[in-house]
Design a protein around this ligand. Structure first.
Ligand SMILES: NC(=O)c1ccc[n+]([C@@H]2O[C@H](COP(=O)([O-])OP(=O)(O)OC[C@H]3O[C@@H](n4cnc5c(N)ncnc54)[C@H](OP(=O)(O)O)[C@@H]3O)[C@@H](O)[C@H]2O)c1
Length: 492
């Protein structure tokens, strides 16, 4: 039997993966390694791909190949020889005009040439790895150049942020829908590519033990924390205009909330899962001013290193009122969750990097173990760590050996690294899903808009950010938000 080899008439034709904005940070750190793993056969599944990078700089193929090789070698994804062989066989580059009113004709022509020359399948991914300001003119230019329809399927991929508020998100969706049907649109929130986020569905719906207590009768409150120990990392221009609510809450935290609170879908089809997520967002009232605290970090110490205040960071306006911390109280108005607060918080320059969903169960109705009052009772919390050290821990009360009945809290835990070794990057999962045509892990238009409906009202008259010391868990007002309900953030 003849084996199919690349370029031979029996090999399946490759799909074309076009990245617009292919010379940026995302391409270098995430997309090139993921595309290499998928097309060079080091991911779980191999796909035949031809990759066409594009951006405004006047590069030729060779310069972009060198860039891709550097990304693979410096990221320790491939040895230099393998990286070069792959790049020479797989990668090309087409520059686009600085002024998009000149159109994307040269890119359209190059795509047609690539498809003819390499006998490609005619299937195309168009991936926008651009800053948000470039989204509208690029989408228009793609449509006007006739690139929204190709000889095979065409899938359109766009990175967050999806708008700055409800109106701009609706406008962006309308523009996308002028050229692409929603079934061809893949909005990336990279959190959804993480194994631990996908595992939330399995954890909840394959384990009756948890599903049977996942409700207002057994749960006291839910905390969702996305903490970063880092500061701005050269993103001042974007971040100072966006802030933590736009950058993190409306997207990543909203996704974690919906997956925690959703009902069981009828099946795992993309729209069944996404329908249930949208229902959670629809059952949320827009956030009220009294339910939100903004913070901004002052100088402090993180991980033993002195760090400057937010306003002293390069590129930040000296009197900036951008929030680097948000804490929120949300109520999900559904039968399952009525009356149960969901507390969300995210911030920069917090004591550690941690993304976690923490479910605090109710105390027993009657307490007769004298030495530990309900106040100290930390048992029956479930901590689901999304990153790092992915896994979960269930806190339970144990009798300490000895004559007297004395209680201690211990953790039953599962760690992905212990069971399976290191996890692959979420971008591999997301790109494979795009190539398969599975939209489950991508954000639907109505999901984006419902999320803005809930969170954007806070930004109309934003609360003044309260200062917090870098290396702390945010301003004291964040603790007060929970204290007002007789609750507290679980200590780390
Ligand atoms: N970096 C990440 O880790 C990350 C994570 C999650 C989401 N994202 C999202 O992914 C997208 C790309 O992120 P990135 O960090 O790679 O961005 P980036 O480095 O700022 O920009 C990507 C590329 O876009 C081109 N570009 C810049 N400004 C442009 C403009 N005004 N018009 C047209 N092209 C322009 C640049 O190439 P030329 O100058 O050569 O044209 C640049 O190399 C953004 O939407 C971001 O929010 C990024």
């Amino acid at each position: 039997m003849r084996r199919a080899v690349a370029g031979s008439p029996t090999a399946p034709p490759a799909d074309l993966f076009v990245v617009l904005g292919a010379t940026g940070d995302l391409m270098e750190r995430k997309l090139i390694p993921a595309l290499y793993a998928i097309s060079a056969g080091t991911a779980g599944e191999t796909r035949r791909l031809r990759i066409l990078g594009s951006s405004r700089r006047p590069w030729k193929d060779e310069e972009f190949r060198d860039y891709a090789i550097d990304a693979l070698v410096s990221g320790k994804c491939a040895p230099p020889a393998a990286a070069r062989t792959w790049a020479e066989a797989t990668v090309g580059f087409q520059s686009t005009p600085e002024d998009l009113s000149e159109g994307l004709g040269p890119l359209a022509q190059r795509i047609a040439e690539e498809e003819a020359r390499y006998r490609l399948s005619g299937n195309r991914v168009l991936y926008l790895a651009l800053p948000a300001v470039a989204f509208p003119p690029t989408i228009r230019a793609i449509g006007e150049a006739g690139l929204s329809k190709g000889p095979g399927w065409t899938r359109f991929v766009i990175e967050k942020p999806f708008g700055r508020d409800l109106a701009s998100a609706e406008e962006l969706n309308a523009l996308i829908h002028r050229w692409f049907d929603e079934t061809a649109v893949y909005r990336i929130d990279h959190y959804l590519g993480k194994e631990t986020v996908q595992n939330l569905l399995v954890f909840r719906f394959a384990n009756m033990l948890f599903e049977s207590v996942w409700n207002r009768d057994r749960i006291r409150h839910v905390e969702i924390t996305v903490a970063e120990d880092l500061g701005l990392e050269n993103r001042a221009t974007y971040y100072d205009q966006a802030g933590a609510l736009r950058d993190m809450v409306q997207s990543h935290l909203a996704q974690l909330l919906t997956l925690t609170a959703m009902e069981v879908p009828t099946n795992l089809e993309a729209d069944q899962v996404r329908n249930e997520k949208v229902k959670v967002l629809r059952s949320l009232e827009p956030v009220r001013p009294e339910d939100v605290v903004f913070g901004q970090y002052a100088a402090g110490t993180v991980g033993g290193t002195r760090v400057p205040s937010y306003r002293e960071e390069p590129g930040v306006k000296p009197h900036s009122s951008t929030e680097t911390f948000v804490a929120l109280r949300l109520k999900v108005n559904s039968w399952r969750w009525h009356g149960i607060p969901f507390y969300l918080r995210t911030g920069k320059r917090l004591p550690m990097k941690l993304t976690e969903i923490l479910v605090r169960f109710r105390e027993p109705p009657v307490w007769f173990f004298g030495d530990k009052g309900p106040k100290e009772l930390t048992a029956n919390s479930l901590s689901i760590t999304i990153q790092p050290d992915e896994g979960f821990a269930l806190g339970i009360e144990i009798k300490r050996p000895g004559h007297a009945i004395r209680l201690e809290t211990h953790q039953l835990h599962f760690r992905y690294a212990e069971a399976f070794g290191p996890l692959t990057d979420g971008y591999q999962t997301l790109i494979l899903d795009i190539l398969r045509g599975d939209q489950t892990l991508f954000v639907r238009a109505d999901e984006v808009e419902e999320s803005w409906r809930v969170f954007a009202p806070v930004l109309q008259d934003p609360p003044k950010p309260r200062p917090y010391e870098a290396g702390s868990w945010g301003p004291k007002e964040s603790d007060a938000l929970l204290a007002a309900d007789g609750q507290e953030w679980t200590e780390r």
